[in-house]
Design a protein around this ligand. Structure first.
Ligand code: THU
Length: 163
């Protein structure tokens, strides 16, 4: 028997003001996009904005449904749009933000993608053979930068496992 381990490093910034300009612009877009989410049930508004390899920007928001499990997260709505609009073009960096509109809720801590979205992000990293950088933050406060989404899903199940 031998033990194995997994660790990864990510960057922590005190605020959007400490980010390089292109990352700051993308996060600002994600924050703004969050306000246009369709979240009448949870009142938890999530916005994502991504820069693609071709320089285009694509956004996504959570889209909820009266039949709750039909809802889709902002990250996957963005990936679907990007893949539909520019099928062959990799997503380079995705910023994710949110505004919790529930009473007295605070929205100043980064959130990270749910398990289903992590699986989806890993799929597209494989499809486009390109890491997807993540910028995570609330409407203000600290910012996490993760160099590739697959860091968040170690030992993941991928197309390689189907061969
Ligand atoms: N949600 C996202 O869109 N992205 C995340 O990273 C976390 C959660 C959505 C799903 C649901 O519409 C609402 O936030 C509350 O869970």
């Amino acid at each position: 028997m031998k033990k194995s381990n997994y660790k990864f490093e990510f960057e922590v910034y005190d605020s959007i003001n400490d980010l390089p300009e292109t990352d700051a612009k993308l996060l600002a877009k994600a924050r703004k996009t969050a306000e246009t989410a369709y979240a009448p049930y949870s009142h938890f508004f999530v916005g994502a904005a991504a820069i693609l390899k071709n320089g285009k920007t694509v956004t996504g928001t959570n889209q909820e449904n009266a039949s709750y499990p039909v809802s889709i997260c902002a990250e996957r709505s963005l990936l679907s749009s990007a893949s539909a609009l520019y099928p062959e073009v990799a997503v380079e960096t995705m910023a994710i933000s949110y505004h919790n509109h529930n009473n007295n809720a605070i929205s100043n801590r980064p959130i990270s993608p749910c398990g289903m979205c992590r699986q989806s992000l890993v799929e597209y990293e494989g499809r486009w053979k390109n890491p997807i950088r993540l910028i995570l933050s609330g409407i203000d406060g600290k910012v996490y930068v993760i160099s590739k989404a697959s860091h968040l899903l170690p030992l993941s199940f991928t197309s390689e496992d189907l061969k």
